[in-house]
Write a protein that binds this ligand. Sequence first.
Ligand SMILES: Cc1cc2nc3c(=O)[nH]c(=O)nc-3n(C[C@H](O)[C@H](O)[C@H](O)COP(=O)(O)OP(=O)(O)OC[C@H]3O[C@@H](n4cnc5c(N)ncnc54)[C@H](O)[C@@H]3O)c2cc1C
Length: 386
Amino acid sequence: MSKPPSIAVVGAGIGGLAVAALLKRAGYDVQVYEQARRFERVGAGIQMTPNAVKVLRRLGIEERLRQVAFRSELRLSREWDSGEITSELKLGEEVERKFGAPFLCLHRADLHAAIESAAPPEIVHFDMRLVGLDRNAGEIALTFANGSRVRADAVIGADGVHSVVRELLLGPEKPRFTGRVAYRALFPAARLGDTRVAQVQTKWWGPDRHVVIYYVTATRDQIYFVTSVPEGAEWMTRESWSAKGDLGELRRAYSGFHAEVRAVLDACPGAYKWALLERDPLPRWSEGRVVLLGDACHPMTPYMAQGAAAALEDAAVLARCLERTGGEGLEQAFKLYEETRKPRTSAIQAKSSSNTWMRTDADPGWVYSYDAWGAPLGESPSRVSE
Ligand SMILES: Cc1cc2nc3c(=O)[nH]c(=O)nc-3n(C[C@H](O)[C@H](O)[C@H](O)COP(=O)(O)OP(=O)(O)OC[C@H]3O[C@@H](n4cnc5c(N)ncnc54)[C@H](O)[C@@H]3O)c2cc1C
């Protein structure tokens, strides 16, 4: 590359940091602009399925994550009341052998910190909330709420489900509230007393609600659950990871569930509440030298645990497309990236929305086998077999 193009990444979430780390290594002049003043250690768990871990591997952080993560032997689906097992997937060594990488359950902050460690700290700028993009100039001018302005040859909008970059490209349109919220809680497993509860990662399926429970540490000292429960439309406007949920309401919502579920909810000292949002696939992901990545372009319900995984896959494929076209072909690279990624992310968005993933035995291979480093670039139909 003669003079490497400058690339501004908006948003230092999982996708933004991953793409910044990869592009920095490839020689680009990358800067990341994040609205938050600092990274908070939000109490939430996250599942990294094998397709996501293959991306983390190239970032050089797989070993670090293996050390801290919980690796469940099984992933179960169970009936909410009887506890009957309706699907059983072997994880542990077997998932690694079959799909080429482990299945990790983690504290979200451990994952975020590991990805952050892969990018040089001096390229991440905090307290920078993007409010405007001026694309008339040869370069793109970015304007921030604090009054500062910077210029870049290209912009990657990795600014999440309420993406300002998406709005500046495609016009205002709120994501769709699914009519459901997630309660999330992460707390010391010692509060459970009985350690036989929740030994393996389990999704408990009720008639109109569910709860997923798993440990998030290798030592099993921290346990996490995340629910999906019907909720009124006023929750649409909430977007904070720190909105508190009412424990009494939560426990009442699950009062008929199996004793194992109730034991976990009873032991929980406090929960957060998060509106579940989604969008239909967007008409396009880029315009000129501005492109979207992660939740900014394909937000989805968390029912397949693929939102962050898809953002990581995007980061890897975008880096490959830029490598293919070279520094001069930014727009071409962005088109190739969209062509490559959209069929897969649209299929995952649709499947996730239906909330049927792995309720009964099925082969998760079309999701977990994917290797963002080897997938052919360009349009290819997404193989959906479940
Ligand atoms: C309850 C729940 C459970 C989930 N569980 C899983 C799971 O187990 N596995 C999985 O793979 N996925 C999971 N997901 C999905 C996952 O959290 C998201 O898909 C993922 O965080 C998307 O990453 P991102 O980088 O695109 O966006 P985000 O992580 O949302 O990051 C966006 C960043 O941009 C910043 N930003 C926003 N606006 C601006 C602006 N104007 N200027 C500057 N910065 C800005 C934000 O502060 C943030 O740091 C879950 C989601 C939910 C809601």
